[in-house]
Design a binder for this molecule. Structure first.
Ligand SMILES: Nc1nc2c(ncn2[C@@H]2O[C@H](COP(=O)(O)OP(=O)(O)OP(=O)(O)O)[C@@H](O)[C@H]2O)c(=O)[nH]1
Ligand SMILES: [Zn+2]
Length: 342
């Protein structure tokens, strides 16, 4: 093994000075840059695209900034330190100096590229499902596992309830009852007719939320209903292209009229679970958590193992058979779908 390279005293001092300047928001990293930029200020990333980001300053202004090359990961929702340029250059009006530590980060497992951060500092994941194309408790369970493992509280929204007849309604009420009993807030919605929209808005008024769910469940319809600003831009896109859909996959943060933020992130609407370990999936089932460590064998897989506390709970009905079957399906699908590098 080669000996560790030691830094000289001068090198150490230079690095220390550099780090100190980066942390000190009252001074830029390089005094020569003060001729180009104003004082550092805190900001919020609304959107990131390539080498640029739209940063919202505390006065509400949006400033398009260049990213320092040292900043490798900057995503929508990041809290940052930036400086306005004294003069606009080529449509760019500032520079992004530093990114604050994130409370949460949503990672998108890309089949080819590995894990990619797509949004940061999210307080709530709104899992949208619908009675059409088809209601699937299993898919809801996948989203719930992802949310639990990521550490962001989920909320369930059932959309298109205007299409239900009485018997379908009863069956779905039972389904949502199960999730409600697990501690997940559930909301009945019709983005089309407006039922439940006021309750949803009230829920989104605190913190930053993101909508996820399968294609066609009505995420865009919900967003357009609560964000006139977005409805307008979608409309404009549809007028030009005739496609009526977003042409970009970039995430963007919007402020809601009565408070709270909503991140529109087409790239994370459906996410895989490849990057989770089987143990994480187990822990992602909230009702399994109190039983973990109570199985007879320490390495219990909770599948066929004798003395398994989870299997026992399924047998006596305190854990729902449906949720347990969902758990098994997730484990199987992970083993089948997993790309080599996860
Ligand atoms: N009946 C009914 N239809 C709805 C409702 N909400 C949305 N839809 C319809 O469902 C279809 C899909 O809605 P979108 O909002 O595009 O769904 P999405 O989840 O954004 O789909 P992707 O963009 O593919 O991810 C559209 O034809 C909507 O008009 C609702 O509450 N009731
Ligand atoms: Zn077990």
């Amino acid at each position: 093994m080669s000996p560790k390279r030691r830094l000289t005293k001068q090198q150490q001092a230079r690095i220390a000075r550099h780090n100190q300047k980066r942390l000190d928001t009252s001074q830029g990293p390089d005094p020569a840059e003060d001729a180009i930029y104003l004082a550092a200020e805190p900001g919020l990333i609304l959107s990131r695209f390539g080498k640029h980001a739209d940063v919202e300053a505390e006065d509400g202004q949006v400033i398009r900034c260049n990213l320092r090359r040292t900043l490798t990961s900057v995503v929508t929702g990041d809290r940052v330190v930036f400086r306005r340029a004294r003069q606009s250059q080529g449509g760019v009006d500032g520079i992004l100096d530093a990114v604050a530590e994130r409370t949460t980060v949503l990672l998108r497992p890309d089949f080819y590229d590995g894990l990619k951060p797509v949004a940061a500092n999210i307080d709530r994941i709104v899992v949208v499902s619908a009675v059409l194309p088809e209601f699937s408790a299993h898919i809801i369970d996948r989203y719930l596992v992802a949310a639990e493992v990521t550490g962001i509280p989920p909320v369930l929204v059932l959309n298109k309830t205007d299409l239900l007849d009485a018997s379908q309604q009863k069956a779905l009420e039972d389904q949502l009852q199960l999730y409600q009993a697990l501690g997940y807030p559930c909301l009945w919605l019709s983005a089309k007719q407006g039922q439940g929209m006021a309750e949803l808005l009230a829920l989104l008024q605190q913190g930053t939320s993101i909508l996820v769910g399968q294609s066609g469940v009505g995420k865009s319809s919900i967003m357009n209903a609560i964000l006139p600003e977005l409805a307008l831009s979608t409309q404009q896109v549809s007028d030009v292209s005739g496609l009526g859909q977003h042409t970009t996959t970039a995430s963007r943060l919007y402020h809601l009229p009565g408070g709270g933020q909503l991140i529109d992130s087409p790239g994370i609407r459906e996410f895989g679970l490849w990057h989770f370990s089987p143990e994480q999936v187990t822990a992602g089932f909230t009702e399994f958590q109190p039983l973990l460590g109570h199985c007879k064998f320490r390495d219990c897989k909770h599948i066929k193992d004798p003395g398994c506390a989870i299997l026992q709970a399924v047998a006596d009905g305190s854990i729902s058979e449906q949720r347990y079957q969902s758990y098994l399906r997730i484990l199987t699908s992970m083993a089948e779908d997993k790309p080599n590098h996860f």
